[in-house]
Design a protein around this ligand. Structure first.
Ligand SMILES: *[C@@H]1O[C@H](CO)[C@@H](O)[C@H](O)[C@H]1NC(C)=O
Length: 526
């Protein structure tokens, strides 16, 4: 009887929550017609040259995460949420990426980073190398290195940047500059002795030495840059924050020493230093804001740590100074960590922050000359369901009890992970805990201390020159090939002679050959 009453109340709630305008069919017809007009305009393709390319990578940002992030961001703006538009939702072209690694159905972030940055699929756990490399086997590396779009852009004279909320030598950013048989080789301290003996270099070392003129590097990961036991500038007493390097190198100094004398290179380690920089006078920037990964956005210290959006703003201002354009990799790297910990609220707020950064980048660039791609490396076993009513708190309960154990359940659940909880032989009653807390771990079906990635496709959102080439279900390694084609770099430089003329830029070769023909004809006559 009580249940029935609750059901009726939920039903009443449901109808009262439908916005008045949505009851009028004309509302939906008008909305669809506007979308149709917009879609028809997209038939005129943007075939300009992408002077700039920005890749936003939401680590672990599967489609269910994108949808939940949309609802959360809408609710943060006091809307119902479901009909809200993320910045990435506004991108005109969307495709799907198949994320598997060469040796894994459900991939990891290193193998996938190699795919969407280097254009080649590889084995899980390996970075910037082909599938001929076996994880952790240093001696399989040589000759199997593959280069990334960051390198191709640099070779074409563009400025390049890496911005992440993880360690700058974590899986995603690393594939842009490093070649490593193991993603865990953060510094030489984390490498097995035989790998060191065989001459393999750690990832932090490679960040400073492989491509020494990366204009912008920002994120966490200070401890891997300093000799073992060096006290950290911010966490002096904390042993875990101390330097790790066995080779005794101070990599932040090495970084600075490798820059040309007539250029301004700045190393900063906190937000105030970053925001005080006169960016007109900064040629190179290294910002390392934590000894390890940066903190979650919800726990961020506004004195010491910049937000992802703030880092992106600084990066674009520096990179934009190059008349040849830039390539920027931005990673919302801790969406993944929130999910792994079963902390959906942390994960989704990380994704909201990345979406804010996408909006800012959009306002600082033009789609006439900037290709922006937003995607994820892989998904998670994160889901939300339970027939929740319109406008239900995204972290809230489903409007029903389990018909089996008679207990409530949250809409958000994980397939596996640390949120599995059995109390006295029964599933925990979530009504007795604060399931909207930022560190609440949503329930999972299988107990695991670390929730796993998901194996389904991820979305690719694209905007700007040649964005329409991302148009269907693609292998993930196709993405950098499109970005390179659009910006006339790497293997796809040559098509640009014709593209340049179609983009309305000086069609020099054809003018030249025309003059040559006239000259030849004249010389035949006389
Ligand atoms: C779950 O907890 C709520 C709040 O304490 C309580 O009202 C409800 O009876 C509990 N349900 C079960 C099945 O124990």
């Amino acid at each position: 009887m009580l249940l029935l009453l609750l059901g009726l109340m939920a039903g009443a709630c449901l109808s009262s929550l439908v916005p008045e305008q949505e009851k009028d069919p004309q509302y939906w017809r008008d909305q669809a017609q506007r979308t149709l007009q917009h879609a028809l305009k997209l038939q005129e393709l943007n075939t300009h040259v992408a002077k700039n390319v920005i890749l936003f990578l939401g680590d672990g940002m599967g489609v269910s995460t994108v949808t939940a992030t949309r609802i959360l961001k809408g609710q943060m703006h006091h809307k119902l949420g479901e009909d809200y538009q993320l910045e990435m939702d506004k991108f005109p072209h969307v495709a799907l990426a198949k994320t598997y690694n060469t040796n894994a159905q459900v991939p990891d972030s290193a193998g996938t980073a190699t795919a969407y940055l280097c254009g080649v699929k590889s084995n899980e756990g390996t970075l910037g190398v082909s599938a001929a490399v076996t994880r952790s086997q240093c001696n399989t590396t040589k000759g199997n290195e593959v280069t990334s779009i960051l390198r191709w852009a640099k070779d074409a004279g563009k400025s390049v940047g890496i911005v992440t909320t993880t360690r700058v030598n974590h899986a995603t950013p690393s594939a842009a500059y490093a070649h490593s048989a193991d993603r865990d080789w953060y510094s030489d301290n984390e490498m097995p002795p035989e790998a060191l003996a065989q001459g393999c270099k750690d990832i932090a070392y490679q960040l400073i030495h492989n491509i020494p003129d990366i204009e912008v590097i920002m994120g966490g990961g200070r401890k891997y840059m300093f000799p073992k036991n060096t006290t950290d500038v911010e966490y002096g007493d904390d042993e875990k924050a101390r330097g790790t390097r066995l080779d005794g190198q101070f990599l932040t100094s090495v970084w600075k020493d490798k820059k040309p004398r007539n250029k301004n290179a700045h190393y900063v380690w906190n937000r105030m230093q970053l925001l005080e920089l006169d960016l007109d006078r900064v040629d190179y920037l290294l910002g390392l804001f934590e000894p390890w990964d940066m903190t979650y956005e919800l726990n961020r210290n506004n004195q010491t740590d910049p937000s992802l959006t703030e880092m992106v703003e600084v990066a674009i201002k520096i990179l934009k100074k190059n008349p040849k354009g830039f390539f920027l990799l931005v990673e919302g790297g801790r969406i993944d960590h929130g999910h792994h910990e079963g902390k959906a609220k942390q994960a989704l707020h990380e994704a909201v922050e990345m979406d804010r950064a996408i909006g800012l980048a959009d306002s600082m660039t033009s789609q006439k000359d900037t290709l922006t791609v937003v995607t994820a490396d892989h998904s998670h076993v994160f889901t939300f369901g339970g027939y929740t009513h319109r406008g239900n708190n995204i972290f809230g309960l489903a409007p029903m009890l389990s018909d089996t154990d008679k207990k409530p359940f949250t809409s958000i659940l994980y397939g596996n992970g640390p949120g599995y909880k059995v109390m006295a032989g029964e599933r925990e009653n979530v009504s007795t805990v604060d399931y909207t807390h930022e560190n609440y771990r949503a329930q999972s079906a299988v107990p695991l201390s670390y929730e796993t990635h998901g194996g389904e496709d991820v979305a690719i959102f694209a905007k700007g020159p040649m964005a329409h080439l991302l148009h269907g279900v693609h292998e993930q390694n196709y993405i950098p090939h499109v970005m390179a084609y659009a910006s006339c770099i790497g293997a796809n430089k040559d098509h640009c002679k014709s593209t340049l003329s179609s983009a309305g830029l000086a069609p020099l070769p054809s003018v030249f050959s025309g003059l040559l023909t006239i000259f030849l004809l004249l010389s035949l006559l006389f």
